[in-house]
Design a protein around this ligand. Structure first.
Ligand code: SF4
Length: 374
């Protein structure tokens, strides 16, 4: 089994917190789509013949890509997944791009899952981070997505936004849950160097949400989603029963994936490949018949770290026999010794042959993951 991710680095404007690679307005769109198709043909072999069960077009803003271009791309992608009757095909959209006609067109391309960045249902909070849509547009977009017959919808929210209070976060969360998306992703706002948000904090224009409020917001997230019947299956991800993101779950389980497009990453369990975060350089490489990907073979200890890092974020945790099988008994001994203080403090728990974070441990997951690394 394998998955394919495609990056569309287009945005209508930039949100202040974002450090993903994207450009506002590009004359290269058509050539970029041609390059994506050529890259798929060139690099599919890296999946070693594994059958493709999940496709994910993310960004940037894929919904900025005209349907005619998306059609060419989607047809090529679904062609690689032929035979996968259970194909999960996700496209990310922004609320201000969504119309009933647009989503209906996506459905004709076999797209069966939509992921939409809502971030907040408070217009003031949205404006402060330069989101292009309003809360009302997000509600209308959900309506259009449902009307078009999409039965698998994921919404993204952010907590810790400038000006956000615990009460306004609760309101956004309740509004999102009232829409009954099959899936919810919620991330704490992070201040990345080089972003406008970072500069605003440095110049004193905004204040970062304090630790105590962030913890209260995350607590509220865990309690509200649990009460609403969502399974907390990864630190930032929640799903109704049977509606986990199969694409991301496969990635966390170590399934190989191919990342196409500028700034995309690929990983096959041993070799990580990175494409340049530059649309023009990416297109030029492909047009010259070269793979744009730079390969980096991970050392054994780095492969162990990768496995620990992604698996500990999930509710199933780290598969201990798989650690022995892939990295040997010494790696398992290191892991169990490093885990001991956290087991004693109740931040980690043994669940049969797995080692997982507890609710208490989730709050300090980064530090615990660091401790368990090679
Ligand atoms: S958050 Fe999304 S829409 Fe905003 S700048 Fe980043 S990629 Fe573009």
């Amino acid at each position: 089994m394998a998955g394919i991710y495609v990056h569309i680095p287009l945005c209508k404007s930039r949100c202040t917190y974002c450090d993903f690679y994207s450009t506002v307005g590009s004359p290269l769109v058509e050539r970029y789509v041609d390059a994506l198709i050529a890259e798929l043909e060139m690099r599919l072999v890296e999946l070693g013949g594994a059958s493709v069960h999940t496709l994910y077009i993310g960004g940037g803003t894929p919904s900025q890509l005209p349907i005619a271009h998306l059609r060419r791309l989607a047809e090529k992608l679904t062609g690689t997944a032929r035979g996968a009757a259970d194909l999960e095909f996700t496209v990310e959209v922004n609320p201000d791009d969504v119309t009933l006609a647009y989503i209906a067109a996506l459905r004709t391309l076999n797209v069966n899952r939509i992921s939409m960045g809502v971030q907040s249902f408070d217009d003031h909070e949205l404006r402060r981070v330069n989101r292009r849509h309003t809360a009302q547009q997000a509600l209308e977009a959900v309506n259009a997505i449902r009307q078009a017959g999409i039965g698998n919808l994921s919404l993204d929210l952010i907590f810790g936004l400038p000006g956000q209070t615990l009460a306004s976060w609760q309101r956004s969360l309740q509004q999102a849950l009232a829409l009954r998306p099959e899936h919810l992703s919620a991330y704490g706002l992070s201040y990345e160097p080089g972003t406008v948000l970072w500069q605003q904090r440095e110049s004193g224009l905004i204040r970062e949400t304090d630790e105590e409020t962030s913890v209260a917001m995350y607590d509220c997230l865990m309690a509200s989603t649990r009460q609403a019947g969502y399974e907390h299956y990864e630190i930032s991800n929640f799903a109704l029963p049977g509606r986990r993101s199969r694409h991301n779950s496969a990635y966390w389980a170590g399934t190989p994936y191919l990342g196409l497009g500028a700034s995309a990453h690929s990983y096959d369990g041993q070799v990580r490949r990175h494409n340049p975060a530059d649309m023009a350089a990416y297109v030029a490489a492909i047009e010259h018949g070269q793979s744009p990907a730079e390969a980096e073979t991970l050392e054994a200890s780095e492969q162990y770290d990768e496995q620990v890092m992604v698996q500990l974020r999930t509710c199933e945790g780290i598969d201990l026999p798989a650690i022995t099988e892939r990295h040997g008994p010494q790696a398992l001994a290191h892991l169990l010794a490093a885990a001991q203080p956290h087991l004693q403090s109740g931040r980690l728990a043994r669940q049969g042959t797995r080692l997982a974070l507890t609710a208490k441990g989730i709050m300090t997951s980064d530090a615990i993951i660091c401790d368990l690394m090679a």
